[in-house]
Design a protein. Structure first.
Length: 80
C-alpha cells in the first residue's frame, strides 16, 4: 500500500498522518500479528530486525522466521 493511502487511512481513523518512522514499525507489527493470527508455518522476511530477534519472537509463535533464501530451501525440501 502506498504511503499516501496509509496516510489517508490514518487521517480518517486517527485524525492525523503517520510519520515515516511511525509507519514502518506499525506495518512490521501488523504483518507479524496477521501471520500469527492465521497460524502460518513460516514468516518470510528480509528485515534484519525480525531476523536478529527471531529467538525472542519464537516464544510468541510456533512458526519459523526465515529469510527468503531459507524459505526457498524449505519449499524445495517440502516438495520432494
Amino acid at each position: 500500500m502506498r504511503a499516501t493511502r496509509i496516510n489517508e487511512l490514518a487521517q480518517v481513523l486517527f485524525g492525523r498522518r503517520f510519520t515515516e518512522l511511525e509507519r514502518s514499525p506499525q506495518c512490521d507489527v501488523l504483518s507479524f500479528y496477521c501471520h500469527r493470527r492465521h497460524n502460518a508455518e513460516v514468516f518470510v522476511t528480509s528485515d534484519g530486525n525480525f531476523l536478529r530477534k527471531r529467538g525472542r519472537l519464537s516464544g510468541l509463535t510456533a512458526s519459523a522466521i526465515v529469510d527468503p533464501e531459507a524459505a526457498l530451501a524449505l519449499a524445495l525440501e517440502h516438495t520432494r
